[in-house]
Design a protein around this ligand. Structure first.
Ligand code: SF4
Length: 324
């Protein structure tokens, strides 16, 4: 098998919790707890889980917007986690990010043209003022905006249009991989579909690869080649989108999937309501992190032994003592 475009290996990110009079580290939040996955060129990996499960932290560690505590990230055969400042700047031509909040991620004092074109200046990709403006216009039109909107400011745009501006900014450097960090969560449902369709069109047009982060399975269903489900810092299941939606193996995936509406009004899916809330990531449950909420747990096995992510069939991995 050829080398994947991105390989994440045993990624860990702990945040210090400070307390006491001297503000010393008294504990740690275990945000990402040994996450591993690969993404092949041209595919979309959906990364799904409830808020606080570590999915956005994982995405930011890939670009080193956040420094991982341990583990490795490999992109096109180079170890991203070991890159110096200059090499990291070069990497960010190939790997871009689209943020969740199109209101907060655009500088309100910059025109749309300056926002979209900023990376052209950083990476010296425009040889003249004219070339800069031509490229910005091209990018705006690529995402469905008008050329004359380049002199306007972000507050003059709707949420969906602002997310298009964020996408144009990411496209400016012709990246290979885009980390889409909940790009539609802040948008109305009708606008979500438009933005997802745009991302699919751009993928086909430019051969892009996506890590698409979302908090529910309905958002990633159509755009994903494969889906990884995260719970409390760990990946509990990875499979092709088709296999995961047709026959989920992990009880947590089953619960998430039971909340996804079915388009056929005659079909029924029984909703699985999990007990309790997601536990505190400062002190996650022992053994399987999910055992405090799992409807099929077996004690003491599930509370004492950590389940390993095991391969069950081609491309289907699950971390559960009882499934697979
Ligand atoms: Fe449930 Fe046990 Fe499987 Fe964890 S390992 S998901 S607690 S059955």
């Amino acid at each position: 098998m050829s080398e994947p475009l991105l390989r994440v290996n045993e990624l860990v990110k702990n945040y210090p919790v400070k307390g006491g009079v001297f503000g010393r580290e008294v504990d740690q939040v275990h945000a990402v707890d040994g996450v591993s996955f690969e993404i092949a060129a041209g595919e979309t990996l959906g990364l799904v889980g409830e808020s606080g499960c570590g999915k956005s932290t994982t995405g930011r560690c890939i670009l080193r917007l956040i420094e991982p505590t341990s583990g490795e990230v490999w992109f096109e055969g180079q170890n991203v986690t070991a890159l110096g400042h200059r090499a990291l700047t070069a990497l960010r031509r190939d790997v871009q990010i689209i943020f969740q909040d199109p209101y907060a991620s655009l500088n309100p004092r910059m025109t749309v043209g300056a926002i979209v074109g900023e990376a052209l200046i950083i990476h010296r990709l425009a040889k003249s003022r004219r070339a800069f403006e031509d490229r910005v216009v091209e990018l705006l039109e690529t995402v469905g905006l008008d050329a004359d909107q380049m002199r306007r400011y972000p507050h003059e745009f709707s949420g969906g249009q602002r997310q298009r501006i964020g996408i144009a900014r990411a496209l400016a450097v012709s990246p290979k991989l885009i980390v889409c960090d909940e790009p539609v969560s802040a948008l109305d449902v009708s606008i979500q579909a438009q933005v997802i369709n745009l991302l699919e069109d751009l993928q086909a047009q430019f051969g892009l690869t996506y890590l698409f982060i979302a908090h529910d399975l309905s958002v990633v269903e159509h755009i994903s080649t494969r889906v990884a489900v995260m719970y409390l810092g760990r990946i509990v299941e990875i499979a092709s989108a088709q296999a995961l939606y047709a026959a989920p193996l992990h009880p947590y995936t089953e619960a998430l999937l039971s909340a996804v509406p079915i388009p056929d009004p005659t079909a029924k899916r029984q909703r699985i309501h999990l007990q309790g809330d997601v536990p505190n990531p400062i002190r996650p449950p022992t053994g399987c992190h999910f055992h405090t909420r799992c409807p099929i747990r077996e004690l003491p096995l599930c509370s004492t032994e950590k389940p390993i992510l095991r391969k069950t069939a081609d491309g289907h991995f699950v971390a559960c003592h009882l499934r697979g």
